[in-house]
Design a protein around this ligand. Structure first.
Ligand code: FBP
Length: 551
């Protein structure tokens, strides 16, 4: 395989492992746990895996030797996130350290490889080219939902054939939901297979007290912030465009918020705030027009506006519409799929209640059609396909024309649109993600070694040096609540949205007006892998602020 100079240098990087994982360790069990909501329903649905204790480690003075051989299978599930390859190498290195006879198998292209028995054995010579690299191309990823007993039994067949004792699912909230359901099924069946989850998603919305960050968020935000900073320089040089930048993050606005802290744009919308303040599309447009017109008074007809990808679902009236659309598409999707665009909009409107039908029909046609596209296999609207940035900029342009006609605005408004998402998901992991992912993977093997199932790998104390990070495990059911999916109530991991009382949001809100009306851009520059620690190893501002640190 031909390699770039950076690839060659980066291959030499040895991720730092927490001290707590270096010697022989044994498990320390904490108190029993409860799910975040709907405890009674979830306890009933997970009779074998509900309420298990949180786990940490302590040194083991008398480790048992020799270790029994243990084969492990892995699945990379959902959207790519920087660092996935280091999770794989961490699992592998720990397995081989426990017993060189242990084998690691990777199921190809996500959960479908597990069900269809497509796999590869991951050996040192296979893994070596992927250490510290971005992407999930080592075995590929996919979004097949593991939900039926037929799928679980087909998967069990290959696990038994390969003598696999444990399966590690590396994924986001939906994939870890699958991991918990599978763990419960195998335990109920006494199948002798453990299931462990690893918290992955650039969206940053799989977190709680025990999961301080999902992997990939750090690197992805740094890539987007570099590009936003470059655009800010461009826009401050030419002084002729407003750049509307949509940022990935299916629901939560963590990415937009982190990038706003890193780059100080003129506007950054936060979906959670829009929802809490019950803002309408008009309110959002008026706010942007206020910033644009005030800047125009100073002769500045340029600026940057960050828009979180998930915004549309957080505008209360749109949320009600989308919920009804989800049910309509679940019920009538097959009848609608062959209809031509205008007919389709008419037919869907016919199924909607009058208020929703009126709102649906008032949207620009391309947005109405984008909202009616198929949901993903987990029932989510595919927000990456909805051009919210152009919807909002068009509405702003229209309002500015009205303001100009009324003598309230005198400026020029030219726009450029961007969507930053896929650009960041496969970047080479930052030092933080390279170390964090390796520790998460290594720790997943230790949880398997401890005989656990239905647990998620947890590594905490992340604002300290990696040596001082605290590894452990939490039962996945702890993160569950009941939500409506595909028209039915289902147990799923509750997404961690931006906390409007949390330090990252409050810091942003305190700077918002000043950054909006002035030109105070910050230029974070590209990720650095080699150099001073304050440049190369700095975690996200979100993580620092959440841990009471100064930025
Ligand atoms: P995960 O939750 O699976 O990590 O994926 C997150 C994400 O990157 C979102 O930010 C985005 O909306 C979505 O995936 C895009 O999905 P796809 O890769 O299927 O286009």
């Amino acid at each position: 395989m031909k390699k770039s100079a950076l690839q060659r240098a980066r291959a030499e990087y040895q991720p730092k492992l927490p001290n707590a994982l270096r010697g022989s360790v044994k498990m320390k069990f904490g108190d029993k746990t409860e799910s975040v909501a709907d405890q009674e329903e979830i306890r009933k649905l997970f009779p074998n895996t509900y309420g298990m204790p949180v786990v940490t480690y302590e040194p083991d003075e008398n480790p048992k030797r020799p270790e029994e051989p243990c084969n492990v299978g892995i699945i990379l599930s959902g959207g790519q996130a920087p660092g996935g390859h280091n999770v794989v190498s961490g699992i592998f290195d720990a397995l081989k350290k426990l017993n060189p006879e242990n084998r690691l198998y990777g199921f190809l292209m996500g959960p479908s490889g597990f069900v269809d028995h497509q796999y590869v054995e991951l050996t040192e010579s296979y893994i070596k080219d992927y250490r510290n690299t971005g992407g999930f191309d080592i075995i590929g990823s996919g979004r097949t939902k593991l939900e039926t007993p037929e799928q679980f039994d087909k998967g069990l067949k290959i696990l038994k054939e390969l003598n696999i004792k444990a399966l590690v699912i590396i994924g986001g909230d939906d994939s870890n939901t699958n991991a918990a359901i599978l763990a419960e099924y195998y335990k109920a069946k006494n199948a002798g297979v453990q299931v462990i989850g690893v918290p992955k998603t650039i969206d940053g919305d799989l977190k709680n007290e025990w999961i301080e960050a999902s992997f990939g968020f750090d690197t992805a935000c740094k890539v987007y912030s570099e590009m936003i900073g470059n655009i800010e320089r461009d826009c401050n040089s030419a002084k002729k465009y407003y750049h509307f930048i949509k940022l990935m993050g299916r629901s939560a606005s963590h990415i937009a918020l982190e990038c706003a802290l890193e780059t100080q744009p003129n506007v950054c919308l936060i979906s959670e705030e829009v929802q809490a303040k019950r803002m309408t599309l008009d309110n959002i447009v008026n706010y942007i027009c206020y910033i644009v017109s005030e800047r125009a008074k100073m002769g500045w007809n340029f600026g940057t506006v960050l828009i979180p990808e998930g915004l549309i679902e957080f505008i209360p009236s749109m949320k009600v519409l989308i919920e009804e659309l989800n049910d309509v598409l679940a019920e009538h999707g097959n009848d609608l799929k062959d209809l031509h665009e205008t007919e389709k909009i008419e037919a869907i409107s016919g199924y909607l209640t009058p208020d929703n039908a009126a709102l649906f029909k008032s949207l620009p046609k391309h947005i109405a059609l984008q909202l009616s596209l198929d949901r993903d296999s987990h029932g989510n609207v595919q927000v990456s396909l909805i051009q919210t940035e152009s919807l909002i900029s068009q509405m702003v342009a229209k309002r500015l024309e009205e303001m100009a006609a009324a003598g309230q605005y005198c400026g020029k408004f030219a726009t450029q649109h961007h969507f930053f998402g896929y650009e960041g998901r496969c970047a080479d992991p930052s030092n933080f993600d390279a170390d964090y992912c390796y520790a998460l993977g290594y720790n997943a093997t230790m949880l398997i070694h401890g005989g656990l199932t239905g647990y998620m790998s947890s590594v905490r104390n992340l604002t300290d040096k990696p040596e001082n990070w605290i590894p452990g495990g939490i039962p996945i059911t702890m993160l569950f609540n009941m939500e409506r999916r595909h028209g039915k109530m289902k147990p799923v991991i509750q997404k961690a949205l931006v906390n409007l009382n949390g330090a990252p949001y409050l810091k942003f809100a305190s700077m918002r007006e000043t950054n909006g009306l002035n030109t105070l851009y910050l230029y974070p520059g590209p990720i650095q892998y080699f150099g001073p620690a304050e440049v190369c190893d700095r975690p996200t501002m979100t993580l620092l602020l959440e841990h009471g640190k100064d930025i």
